[in-house]
Ligand binder design. Structure first.
Ligand code: NDP
Length: 490
């Protein structure tokens, strides 16, 4: 029996008989306006691109499974954690941060590590990075910081002068700068990086007791990094190396896994913590707050269409599920607003109806209409509340316990008030955590980048940064100064 073939159609479904030649007056004649399919093809093509993400534009993603391996019901009532063995589908998008959509995968940059858990209680998005900290601790500085990572307004080139000027004037960045210039700033592939929720989150249990929590995703493939020169060489050889690595590994059925772990802090511990536990430039030392295993993530399916699922994926730290909550981390609070806002701009107000973003649970509310509304739009049900007709209820059992604030003053407080120690943790990283070779590579990577600082402020920018390095570690500052061939007087 002959195979039944599909008919070519217009977008409105009309079978169409000619795909290659336009309708003309005679074989050499002008094209007729009435060749509607020609306009449809050209017009659709002109609109194929949507705005690329301002940050995290270059990325790749895969679906997989999350399995709960340990009982944490004493900390959270989240349904996904109600029983060891519970599973849910996940989608992870990895990315670089500063580069455009066509930029190289091996750039020195943090890596985005965003996980969407499709749970029976709605979507939970853990929108993290491959580093536990960040460059800034107040969202008001975010756009300024990102401008320094992008292109110079005049030359349209990346500018080490802008970067080091900003970092030097914001010493809170030092911790993340140290990680960025270690070999972890150039991971070998996404499979070989850790993920971190980075912010402090909260968990609430069935007794409505709250604890503070940090999430860690530890690669089971082992940490593997490029050195600076290896990353540069790969950039010239294969711009899409990390994407290729993930797609091909999953194609070979080598499914990458990450162990999910948490650190837990009580409110009493938070009050006496040496640093501000809600400061995104700080970690919680493992010796004081040990990692606890909670589950395993596995990626096992590359989406069959990149644009549909990866480009249109929209993660938001605001998307938590009952039993998991926010904290006072200022950066988290800023992201609660800015991520959904970015998606509304990039994908439209109904972005959560796009299949990759859609929860597996029923969505019931009074939001209606808007561009690209593709679900039932509430059918003929009331579009206002309260009403006397429908059976949608606001379930009070989902209410979180109240939070007591430690101040009744609203003002513009210095973000570093009582916490301007930007140096102890970078120093611990350099001396205690990094092996000798990694220290040497970090120094060489810093020298390589700072050598690119140019212009009349060069000396000032370098000296300022050396002072910060010195406060973290004397040897670090001296060696960077030697590498840059500058005189440094602490
Ligand atoms: P630990 O010795 O208990 O842990 C050190 C951590 O550092 C490990 O998680 C390790 O990750 C990670 N690490 C190793 N090399 C690098 C690098 N080049 N860049 C970033 N992370 C790296 O130390 P403490 O908890 O006492 O913290 C000491 C320092 O370690 C911190 O100041 C911080 O800079 C860094 N760190 C701490 C983390 C935390 O949550 N406490 C998390 C990540 C880093 P792995 O085990 O996967 O190799």
């Amino acid at each position: 029996m002959a195979e039944k073939k599909k008919k070519l159609t217009t977008a409105s479904g009309k079978p169409y008989f000619e795909h290659e030649d336009s309708m003309t007056v005679g074989p050499h004649g002008p094209i007729l306006l009435q060749d509607y399919i020609l306009h449809e093809k050209m017009a659709h093509f002109n609109r194929e691109r949507i705005p690329e993400r301002v940050v995290h534009a270059k990325g790749t993603g895969a679906f997989g499974t999350f399995t709960v391996t340990h009982d944490i019901t004493k900390y959270t009532k989240a349904k996904i954690f109600s029983k060891v063995g519970n599973k849910c589908r996940i989608f992870i998008r990895f990315s670089t941060v500063g580069g455009e959509k066509g930029s190289a995968d091996t750039e020195r940059d943090p890596r985005g590590f965003a996980v969407k858990f499709y749970t029976e209680d709605g979507n939970w998005d853990l929108v993290g990075n491959n580093t536990p900290v960040f460059f800034i601790k107040d969202p008001k500085k975010f756009s300024d910081f990102i401008h320094t990572q992008k292109r110079d307004p005049k030359t349209n080139l990346k500018s080490p002068t802008m970067m080091w000027d900003f970092w030097g004037l914001n010493p809170e960045s030092l911790h993340q700068v140290m990680i960025l210039f270690s070999d972890r700033g150039t991971p070998y592939s996404y499979r070989h990086t850790n993920g971190y929720g980075s912010h402090t989150f909260s968990m609430v249990n069935a007794k409505n007791e709250r604890v503070w929590v940090k999430f860690h995703l530890k690669t089971q493939q082992g940490i593997k990094n490029f050195t600076g020169p290896e990353a540069e060489a790969m950039k010239a050889k294969d711009m899409d190396w990390a994407q290729r690595d993930l797609v091909e590994a999953i194609g070979r059925k080598e499914f990458p896994k990450w162990a999910m772990k948490i650190q837990v802090m009580t409110d009493e511990q938070a009050k006496s913590f040496h640093w501000n536990p809600f400061d995104l430039t700080k970690v919680w030392p493992h010796s004081d707050y040990p990692l606890m295993d909670i589950g395993i993530l596995e990626l096992n399916e590359i989406p069959s269409n990149y644009f549909r699922d990866v480009e249109q994926a929209a993660f938001a730290p605001a998307h938590v599920v009952d039993g998991i909550g926010y904290s006072y981390d200022k950066m988290l609070q800023g992201r609660l607003l800015s991520y959904p806002d970015a998606h509304r701009y990039r994908l439209g107000v109904n972005y959560e109806q796009i299949p990759v973003n859609r929860p597996i649970t029923e969505v019931n509310n009074y939001q209606r209409d808007g561009y690209m509304r593709t679900d039932s739009n509430g059918d003929d049900k009331p579009n206002y509340a309260p009403n006397s007709f429908d059976d949608i209820v606001a379930d009070k059992s989902y209410k979180d316990p109240p939070q007591k604030m430690d101040s009744e003053w609203a003002d513009y407080f210095d973000r570093n008030e009582n916490d301007d120690d930007h140096f102890t943790q970078p120093g611990m990283l350099f001396r205690k955590v990094m092996a000798e070779q990694e220290r040497a590579n970090t120094i060489s990577n810093i020298v390589g980048s700072m050598s690119g600082i140019t212009g009349p402020k060069r000396e000032e920018i370098i000296q300022r940064q050396l002072q910060h390095f010195y406060k973290a570690d004397k040897e670090l500052a001296q060696k960077v100064a030697e590498g840059l061939k500058v005189n440094f007087k602490p």
